[in-house]
Design a protein around this ligand. Structure first.
Ligand code: E4P
Length: 218
């Protein structure tokens, strides 16, 4: 399973990368705005700065919603670095654009996926990744993990190459259950990744080992 970090914060990206387990980064316009990154030039420079930290897979989202606009913006984003994956919303114009990018060898991440039908359509169009938003489904009392199960089954049935990127991951159980179900990737905030480290018996056991070592080496 690949781990992506879901942030535009460079310090958090560095921390996750330094842990040695990071496979990529997802951003969205809200995450960029949260970091105060505005204006075309600053946004592109920021994507470049992210690409300079990680080895691959930096999702950069288009703002345009018309076909020509998505193509223009996506091609500009893809030129920033080979690590860029163009993030395109699940709308009619977006699906057409994903097909175009796929034919051109430009990788895409189809975002704002909330149903199995949307995931099927994105895969048919040739998306490299689909991003089902599990936390936002849970927020409205729909089971986000059931959606991941459905997509895993559909993609397995037909051998689609599109990778399932579980997004809107809110806590460690989301991440662990996505791994059990077989999502290819999970994108999470830094604290979800680092929370996987925690177990009180690990802390207790280590304290005991260190205390016993100290006693035996007086
Ligand atoms: C990532 O690709 C998504 O944009 C992100 O996971 C959405 O997360 P949120 O629902 O916590 O905003």
């Amino acid at each position: 399973m690949k781990f992506f970090i879901d942030t535009a914060n460079l310090d958090e990206i560095r921390q996750a990368y330094d842990l040695g387990v990071l496979d990529g980064v997802t951003t969205n316009p809200s995450l960029m705005a949260k970091e105060g990154i505005t204006g075309d030039k600053n946004i592109k420079n920021h994507y470049k700065a992210i690409c300079d930290i990680v080895d691959n897979n930096v999702s950069a989202e288009v703002i345009a919603t018309d076909y020509e606009g998505i193509i223009k913006e996506g091609e500009e984003l893809a030129k920033i670095d080979d690590k860029i994956v163009v993030k395109v919303p699940m709308i009619k114009e977006g699906v057409k654009a994903i097909k175009y990018f796929s034919d051109k060898g430009i990788r895409t991440n189809c975002t704002l996926i909330f149903s199995a039908g949307q995931a099927l359509l994105a895969a048919k169009a040739g998306a490299s990744y689909v991003s089902p938003f599990i936390g936002r489904l849970d927020d409205i009392s729909h089971d986000g993990l059931t959606l991941i199960e459905q997509i895993v089954q559909i993609y397995d049935n037909y051998g689609f190459d599109t990778e399932i990127l579980a997004a809107s991951v809110r806590h460690t159980m989301h991440l662990i259950q996505c791994a059990e179900i077989g999502a290819d990737v999970a994108t999470c905030p830094l604290n979800v990744i680092t929370s996987l480290l925690n177990h009180p018996l690990t802390d207790k056991g280590l304290a005991q080992f260190l205390a016993d070592h100290k006693k035996g080496n007086k």
